[in-house]
Design a protein around this ligand. Structure first.
Ligand SMILES: NC(=O)c1ccc[n+]([C@@H]2O[C@H](COP(=O)([O-])OP(=O)(O)OC[C@H]3O[C@@H](n4cnc5c(N)ncnc54)[C@H](OP(=O)(O)O)[C@@H]3O)[C@@H](O)[C@H]2O)c1
Length: 334
């Protein structure tokens, strides 16, 4: 049911998925408190201020995930919270524990939930990831990875999968908080999300797509279960609203158009954009990993119609070109 007119908070509102969600919420009549890291930085604020409805129904708040008081100010008075803010560093992590990844992800989630509980928020939607689902070396080959599968924390620590660890521990902390304090929490677990970008800068997944088109992204080893498929930014944003508005929605929600292999994505990009130097895979990078058309069944049952793979890729690449991140056949260095 639409909750038109309600006040909600979007943490990480300046980001690629966050700004898409803020736009959809404004379009639906919500009033939004969006959080950014630096209010004085035009690159975090201008694209939000220019959204339709922003002049009367958008408030911007500066938060640091480790500063509880800054979060309280953004959440105070809100009926709902969408918690997206989390560091997204996939490689070159120097100090995973402190400010870089684990503390902001885990303590930040607890700070947001505590502020939500104190402010009487009705429901919190947490943006987790397939990163909290897929890294399980012992998962049987003949069973589809879905909401009942949890990333193996020790395996992540041993192999330095810090981003995956941050998302897994943060989601786990959210469920524990919900159980102990009686706060209504629901989770969305998006796959590899790309699409048209609203902010002036690219997030980690769009940068990966750029590197793929550039021929910089090589994948010759096998990564049995690290990739679950693509999803459009717009579908991730819509999934958040659907699970917020449907009181029957509960638990985790895998959010991918279809469960496919990393190689399927690479082949499709190479086929759609032969003018770029896409490094095709020499062999199947995810042997034994089950594909599925309706892996995200819970969201489909709630009415979400996922954008097909071709369209997701076209929307993302065409947007990169139109924004000047890519020329017709070569990369603009960014
Ligand atoms: N993109 C994907 O493929 C994907 C897939 C699954 C899940 N997710 C999740 O979706 C969410 C949004 O990701 P995105 O792809 O939209 O990335 P993004 O564009 O980098 O957005 C991340 C947001 O979090 C904010 N943030 C990071 N650290 C913060 C801190 N310490 N204090 C306050 N704010 C902080 C960022 O602020 P600044 O812009 O100021 O840094 C930004 O607004 C994240 O939780 C991510 O883990 C993404």
């Amino acid at each position: 049911m639409s909750k038109k007119g309600e006040l909600v908070c979007v943490t990480g509102g300046s980001g690629c998925i966050g700004s898409c969600l803020v736009r959809l919420l404004l379009d639906r009549g919500y009033t939004v408190h969006a959080t950014v890291k630096y209010l004085m930085d035009d690159k975090e604020t201008k694209h939000l201020e220019s959204l339709e409805g922003a002049d009367t129904r958008l408030g911007l708040y500066q938060i640091d995930l480790l500063d509880y008081d800054s979060i309280v100010a953004a959440i105070n008075g809100c009926a709902g919270v969408f918690h997206l803010a989390s560091p997204c560093i996939v490689d070159q992590v120097h100090d995973p524990q402190k400010n870089e990844l684990l503390d902001p992800a885990i303590k930040g989630t607890i700070n947001v939930l505590t502020a939500a509980k104190e402010s009487g928020v009705r429901r919190v939607v947490i943006t987790s990831s397939v990163a909290a689902i897929t890294r399980v070396p012992t998962w049987p080959d003949d069973v589809i990875n879905a909401e009942d599968c949890w990333t193996d924390v020790e395996y992540c620590k041993q192999n330095g999968f810090w981003y995956q660890l941050s998302k897994t521990l943060a989601e786990n902390a959210a469920w524990e908080f919900s159980k102990e304090k009686g706060l209504d929490v629901v989770v969305v677990n998006p796959g590899f999300a790309i699409g048209p970008v609203i902010p002036p800068t690219l997030n980690a997944s769009m940068l990966m797509l750029v590197r793929l088109l550039q021929g910089d992204l090589r994948c010759t080893e096998t990564y049995p279960k690290f990739f679950m498929g693509l999803v459009h930014f717009k579908d991730v944003a819509l999934a958040h609203i659907i699970v917020y508005e449907n009181t029957s929605a509960s638990g985790r929600h895998l959010c991918v158009g279809a469960i496919c292999h990393y190689g399927d994505f690479v082949e499709k990009v190479a086929e759609l954009y032969p003018e770029y130097n896409v490094h095709r895979l020499a062999k199947d990078s995810q042997p034994g990993f089950l594909r599925a058309k309706n892996g995200a069944k819970k969201l489909m049952d709630l009415g979400l119609q996922f954008t097909p793979l071709d369209q997701i890729i076209k929307d993302a690449v065409d947007n990169l070109k139109s924004k000047g991140f890519l020329s017709d056949n070569e990369l603009i260095r960014i």
